[in-house]
Design a protein around this ligand. Structure first.
Ligand code: URP
Ligand code: ZN
Ligand code: ZN
Length: 472
């Protein structure tokens, strides 16, 4: 009789396709048995009444990135991955940002040093391409894709980060040749610059004007352009952080034309609106992110996109800055002009509880869809499947035990991130990850870490399933 390191007993196992009552047998960090009445474990965990889910995979997380003069991101790889674990995630995909003039290898050296020994959960990097020179696209990127850095992000907005259309085309073409998956941030920078200029002439500097200078049309136009550029070079892309119906309809239309397009949305587009930016005492700065939260109709559209499969990915876009801090949202210039408020909000710990509560418990999506959009699809699309993203024989034993009835009021202190606020303060959720297991070892129990940092590993990845075969 096989002896297990750990047995999880009497839980309801959920994958992207199935829900069944089973025990789970774990040995050497992997799942090796799914069966009734597995008893022979060194450790036996009673999961009666709990859901046994694959650990969350958040494929859109910003940690320890330089963010402008005197601005410091609130999370490094220690605090960011700690907060991820508290919220039921066993893997995060963070960004490795290329500085202008820097080689990708140099950038990777910097980010590996930032992450080394600090991570509570497993981590992998997307490359952000800001300087697509002939050397970067011709030599470096193809070699790095072979080495397991199989995804990258390009920006159509932000001075200093945005690429021109010809640069995006060249990057997409390299991605097609090498088998990398490209994420695109779609907002029209020239339109935003123009609107900022007009707001300045009118003396409009409050945080709420962040939203009015980044209108839906600027996102929709850039989404259409990104999809067209991808069509021209015939390559799949991911449209990240979609905030509204118009951009979502562009994705639907591109798919109808036969393009392979992945859509991603985030909690802020389900839970927040532009009204949150319109508050006294600079409180609105807490909600400044790009694209900005829109209105109730846009929230409804994003829910529809999740329900109907337009969005394969539900990610946090965790990009945390402290609020009451001269190195954060309320820096000297940011207090006077929305343009200098660092963009981004914390959310890696709240992503799963919010979708579980608002989506599953309110009947908008079923629990298999929940697993798909929060874990399995991330693993498939970013080359980690079937090692990650499912409960199956041979998969890493990365497992979150969820209590569907546990009611929790979200407060900043329970999230254990580096920010001094959460946009969801006081929001009550139903359902919470009461235990997180990473590679067979419990790392969080009842909201408390049970292991030191350094337990997470760096993951090299295969090419996206989207590039080799239809993944649906
Ligand atoms: O405001 C946001 N989303 N900040 C993070 C950077 C990005 O564009 O994803
Ligand atoms: Zn972005
Ligand atoms: Zn982002």
């Amino acid at each position: 009789m096989m002896r297990f390191d750990t047995v999880i007993r009497h839980g309801t196992v959920v994958t992207a396709s199935d829900t069944f009552v089973s025990d789970v047998g774990i040995k050497d960090g992997r799942i090796i048995a799914l069966a009734a009445e597995l008893t022979d474990g060194d450790e036996v965990i009673d999961a009666t009444g709990l859901f046994v889910l694959p650990g969350g995979i958040d494929s859109h997380v910003h940690l320890d990135q330089p963010s402008g003069d005197g601005i410091v991101m609130a999370d490094d790889f220690d605090s960011g991955t700690r907060s991820a674990a508290i919220g039921g995630n066993s893997t995060v995909l963070a960004f490795c940002m290329q500085e202008k003039g820097q080689s990708l290898r140099e950038a990777l050296k910097v980010y590996h040093a930032k992450a080394e020994g600090k991570c509570h959960v497993d981590v992998s990097f997307h490359l952000v391409i800001t300087d697509p020179t002939a050397e970067v696209l011709g030599q470096e990127l193809p070699a790095l894709v072979e080495d397991g850095y199989t995804s990258l992000k390009v920006f159509m907005t932000y001075e200093g980060l945005r690429l021109r259309d010809d640069e995006i085309l060249a990057t997409l073409d390299t991605a097609r040749r090498t088998g990398a998956l490209v994420m695109v941030h779609c907002e029209n920078e020239d339109a935003i610059r123009y609107l900022i200029g007009r707001h300045e002439e009118d003396g409009k500097f409050d945080p709420k004007y962040h939203a009015t200078t980044r209108p839906i049309a600027a996102e929709r136009e850039a989404t259409h352009r990104a999809l067209s550029l991808a069509e021209i070079v015939d390559v799949p892309i991911v449209i990240v952080h979609v905030s509204n119906r118009e951009a979502m309809e562009e994705i639907r239309r591109a798919r109808q034309r036969g393009q392979k397009i992945v859509g991603e949305t985030c909690p802020q587009y389900l839970m927040l609106t532009a009204d949150d930016l319109d508050q006294s005492e600079m409180e609105g700065a807490k909600y400044v992110c790009s694209p900005p939260p829109r209105d109730k109709a846009s929230q409804d559209a994003c829910w529809e996109g999740l329900e109907q499969g337009v969005f394969d990915l539900f990610s946090s876009d965790h990009c945390p800055f402290r609020f009451d801090d001269p190195e954060g949202k309320l820096n000297e210039k940011g207090k006077r002009h929305f343009r200098w408020i660092p963009n981004g909000i914390p959310g890696v710990a709240t992503r799963l509880p919010i979708l579980f509560s608002e989506g599953v418990m309110k009947g908008r999506i079923d629990i298999n869809q929940f697993v798909a959009v929060t874990s399995t699809n991330h693993a498939k699309l970013y080359g980690l499947y079937p090692r990650k993203g499912t409960i199956a024989i041979g998969a890493d034993a990365d497992i979150a035990l969820w209590d569907p009835d546990k009611r929790t009021t979200v407060t900043n202190d329970i999230l254990q991130h580096g920010a001094d606020y959460t946009p969801y303060e006081g929001h009550e959720v139903r359902g919470w990850p009461v235990r997180l297991i990473l590679g067979g070892e419990t790392i969080v129990k009842d909201g408390l870490l049970t292991q030191q940092k350094g337990h997470g590993s760096y993951l090299t990845r295969n090419r996206s399933s989207l590039l080799s075969k239809p993944y649906r």
